[in-house]
Design a protein around this ligand. Structure first.
Ligand code: XIL
Length: 298
């Protein structure tokens, strides 16, 4: 294939990008998006602070716009994200206990119901594990409602949209380490108890090196019986950027249950990582060496 999406499709994978819906009216942006990518995820518009700004008052305008663009252009949609400790609306930040738990599960139900049938995979829960060596949960208002908040969210999401794959998504999980092992143990537990989980997302916000056991880590999750996806890929610029992009792509292709790769933006200037110039297209929309490395690996 001569585009990312065509080459990925030949291997049975998708190739996606995070989209800021406000840029869909910029032709230089949308030209690249439509030519190269066949999956999209909202960079911010489907987060709790965006779509439930007041309790019980939902605003799906940004997400709906992205879904419409995807449907008109043959793209699948990843949903990001139903519950997360960050980018919560102020009203939820101020809640705790049963009231917060109920509000959170209602959020999951209402949002997953709104998009029912339109989402390939939902990041049901994002970034719930702690960094460092503990392997345990991150402290958050959601965690303080009880350790079962994650499984409650997955059950509510399944009930609301039985056709969507339900993912757990996190970062600093790019090799076999205490954090990824904590998540691995949760997924194994969920599978053994019948908690509905279908996939694990590896954000893969990367620096100047890649864990040597990146592929092995993806594989150990796949061996639990879940799909895996690279969900927010971006790589710090430098001598290794193209090599790392190529290696991540090859790792996904080597794991049969790795169903797709998403970069967290389109052009360097669209990226949340700013001067890291972390994406596949430069600010003028030109293909970078990293683009060639991905296409070559696919
Ligand atoms: C980032 C967005 O790219 C920014 O625009 C926003 O200001 C903050 O969030 N992990 C995630 C994403 O799961 O939702 C984050 O997106 C990047 C880190």
């Amino acid at each position: 294939g001569t585009t990312l999406k065509a080459a990925a499709a030949e291997k049975g994978r998708y190739f996606g990008a995070a989209v800021a819906t406000g840029k869909l009216s910029t032709s230089a942006y949308t030209t690249i998006l439509n030519r190269e990518f066949n999956s999209v995820v909202a960079e911010n518009e489907m987060k709790w602070a965006s779509n439930e700004p007041s309790q019980g008052q939902f605003n799906h305008s940004g997400g709906d716009r992205l879904v419409s663009h995807a449907q008109a252009n043959g793209m699948s949609v990843r949903g990001h994200t139903l519950l997360w400790h960050a980018q919560q609306p102020g009203w939820a930040q101020g809640m705790s206990g049963t009231a917060l738990r109920n509000a959170a599960i209602n959020h999951v139900t209402q949002v997953a119901t709104h998009y029912r049938g339109k989402i390939y995979a939902w990041d049901v829960v994002n970034e719930a594990f702690a960094d460092g060596g503990s392997g345990g949960r991150r402290d958050s208002n959601l965690q303080r409602t009880g350790n079962d908040w994650i499984e409650a969210a997955f059950r509510a999401a399944r009930a609301a949209d039985p056709g969507a794959k339900l993912c757990y998504n996190d970062y600093n999980t790019d090799g076999i380490n205490a954090k990824s092992t904590g998540i691995y143990n949760m997924v194994r537990d969920f599978k053994s108890r019948g908690v509905p989980i279908d996939c694990v997302g590896f954000q893969s916000h990367l620096g100047t090196s890649l864990a040597g056991d990146y592929q092995a880590n993806l594989q150990r999750f796949a061996d639990l019986g879940v799909d895996v996806q690279i969900t927010e890929l971006d790589v710090m610029t430098g001598g290794n950027q193209a090599n790392i992009y190529g290696a991540v792509t090859r790792a996904c292709l080597a794991v049969s249950r790795c169903t797709g790769i998403t970069t967290w933006g389109v052009r360097d200037c669209d990226s949340w990582r700013g001067s890291d110039n972390a994406l596949l297209f430069d600010c003028n929309g030109n293909k970078k060496a990293a683009y060639a490395a991905v296409l070559d690996a696919l």
